[in-house]
Design a protein around this ligand. Structure first.
Ligand code: DAH
Length: 340
């Protein structure tokens, strides 16, 4: 029986050493110490021995049990340690590896320019007014002193909706909205989308953006208009930029003017950007026509005002030096990624 016991212990220790998983350990424990184990069987045979041999052999069986228990405990520790090591090395972070770069969004060039324009005018004391993309004839034309037969009312140029409303063709509508609501002094800009039935080409889009300015107070003169324009041009395009106004006609201003800045590309000597004349057209301007004041109930004897409207897409084009307005709407990532 002693031989049998020694052989059993030797076998058990070897088997336990070979355990690799928690399950292996459970199986080994059941096999060598459980109810149906050889050891248990030997234990039950104790009573077949002569009484004087029983204590000594009982002790041996207990020793064998302890040895197997110890081996199981040791092996179980090892299995756990190996599992931990495996897991922690798989999840280990190598701090010397380059990090994964996160894809970062950027602002659209029009948004960037729009914010710059807002900052410039806010710093001059202007407030920002909001208007509507969908307007009526009154705010887009009538109140702006635009006669019924004016060519800009042409059905082919203006997007009319089925309900008789229209997509505004200019941000000048906001002048009316503001003057209807607030008494002078007024000093606002309004930026937003405009719509005209133009075929897209490098310098025209059917949906484009304008910034409108309106200043109304006692004693406002053309000099206020030109100095505001000059200030704006210099902040946007640099201290060396000059500005000028040329006579023009708009129904809602008298006198009316077009505004130019010296070419931001060649400085005024002539190049492809300015079509070799040294100046770049920025938009329309003028002194608010008394008829417009009458339409909104402002006393045109007491107040005067200036207004202008500039193309934001145009400003973006000059600032970021791209040749074709259409790329603003194409959402080509190769273009957009340059504005982060
Ligand atoms: N609304 C005009 C346009 O879209 C531009 C303009 C001209 C705006 C004169 C003004 C202005 O405020 O006074 O062509």
């Amino acid at each position: 029986m002693q031989d049998k016991l020694d052989a059993l212990v030797a076998e058990a220790l070897q088997a336990i050493k070979a355990c690799r998983t928690g399950n292996d350990i459970l199986n080994a424990r059941a096999g060598y110490l459980g109810k149906k184990s050889v050891l248990n069987d030997l234990f039950s045979k104790l009573r077949n021995l002569p009484p004087e041999e029983r204590p000594a052999f009982g002790q041996k069986i207990n020793q064998a049990r302890n040895q197997i228990e110890e081996a199981l405990a040791l092996s179980s520790e090892e299995v756990k340690k190996a599992a931990w090591e495996k897991q922690s090395s798989a999840a280990a972070i190598d701090l010397s590896m380059p990090g994964q770069s996160l894809a970062r969004g950027g602002l659209h060039p029009l948004t960037l320019v729009r914010r710059q324009i807002e900052d410039v005018f806010v710093s001059m004391g202007f407030q920002i007014a909001e208007g509507f993309d969908i307007e009526d004839d009154f705010h887009n034309f009538d109140a702006l002193n635009t006669p019924a037969d004016h060519p800009s009312r042409n059905l082919a140029d203006t997007f009319y909706l089925e309900n008789g409303l229209l997509l505004r063709t200019q941000t000048s509508t906001v002048q009316i909205r503001v003057m209807e609501k607030y008494p002078p002094p007024i000093r606002i800009i309004s930026l937003g989308r405009c719509y005209r039935n133009d075929k897209p080409d490098p310098t025209h889009l059917p949906m484009f953006h304008q910034v409108e300015a309106l200043v109304v107070d006692e004693g406002i003169s053309l000099a206020d208009l030109t100095s505001t324009l000059q200030q704006f041009a210099q902040i946007m395009f640099g201290a060396g930029v000059r500005s000028r106004i040329r006579p023009h006609f708009f129904p809602f201003t008298e006198p009316s003017a077009e505004m130019d800045i010296s070419c931001v590309s060649c400085g005024g000597t002539g190049c492809r950007v300015c079509k070799y004349n040294g100046w770049i057209e920025m938009g329309g301007a003028g002194m608010v026509d008394p008829n417009v004041f009458d339409a909104v109930g402002i006393d045109s004897e007491r107040y005067t005002g200036f207004a202008f409207g500039l193309g934001i897409d145009r400003i973006a084009m000059l600032k970021y030096k791209f040749p074709d307005l259409r790329i603003l709407l194409e959402n080509d990532l190769r273009m957009l990624r340059q504005f982060k």
